[in-house]
Ligand binder design. Sequence first.
Ligand code: TRP
Length: 350
Amino acid sequence: MTDQPPAPYAGAPPYLGEQRVLSGMQPSGDLHLGNYLGALVKFVRLQHQVETFIFVADLHAITAEQDPKKLKQQVREITAGYLAAGLDPKVATIFAQSAVPEHAELAWVFNCVARLGWLDRMTQFKEKSGKHKERASIGLYTYPVLQAADILVYKATQVPVGDDQKQHLELTRDIAQKFNNDFSAPGFFPLPEPLIQGPGARVMSLRDGAAKMSKSDPSDNSRINLTDDADAIAQKIRKARTDAEVLPETAEGLEGRAEARNLVAIYAALAGITEAEVLKQYAGQGFGAFKPALADLAVSVMGPIGGEMRRLLADPAEIDRVLADGAQRARAIATPVMAEVRGLVGFWNS
Ligand code: TRP
């Protein structure tokens, strides 16, 4: 643990004009291979390149029903996943969203900047609210406004997210621009860019190559959870849906073979090589040979991560210290930004 936060954080002013990465995950459901390859690996890589803020979105989580008795533990589990995957709390700032009240305060201001018409276009709300839109919470509707506040309260410039979040990033930019305009503060908020590219950007379900690997899939066999042990990992890969053909020479040969392509992509991402390199090695072989190799690889990469998560969760004091320290560093940035916002808006408490 850090005795002292790294120099740039201690009460430092916001880094105007510089790069800052921020991302978060909701504490709902277990972390899985898709989260690991699609998000965690990227966070871990980015932390060494640019100032990185990674949080657990417990405010967002309650847009769907949560058990109040479990929510804190769910925050710890995501944090354990961050640490086990390799986020270094001395390097990256890791914290819980609710520990920095400025997120919610800025979200209110942004609720008054964003237009109904903008939010009406959000496809994720349409999907999540389903047929009974009128019964969804208003929080679910303004979810992307809170997301904009998460990002802009740190003046973050880059946001690693899945492609399903691209629209929320566009909204964030619209909000930043309108705020800067409405309050005559050109350049006050940066216009953050999504970071979407990269291998592992889309890990698909092991049961259906057309669906994303997801924590909300009712079949546990559709995903590899970070906490699965070696047997469970191997078994899920053995049961993964495939076809009867052998692996082709080149990636074009995977056209129309979504399940096969997914397993090849997972292998490549886990091994840190390209799909072409995987195929060079396994061309002409069937899944009877490829699956055990993939299972061994997955166990060797994921096994230690699951083990580290279990170790961290067995004694949550370490996780709690990381979150307390991260919240302090996060607030050192968010507090002065929010103070400026109050001033720009003309609030009494500015
Ligand atoms: N909506 C994001 C997701 O479901 C989670 C999230 C909340 C987030 N706030 C954020 C991601 C801010 C990036 C930046 O994946």
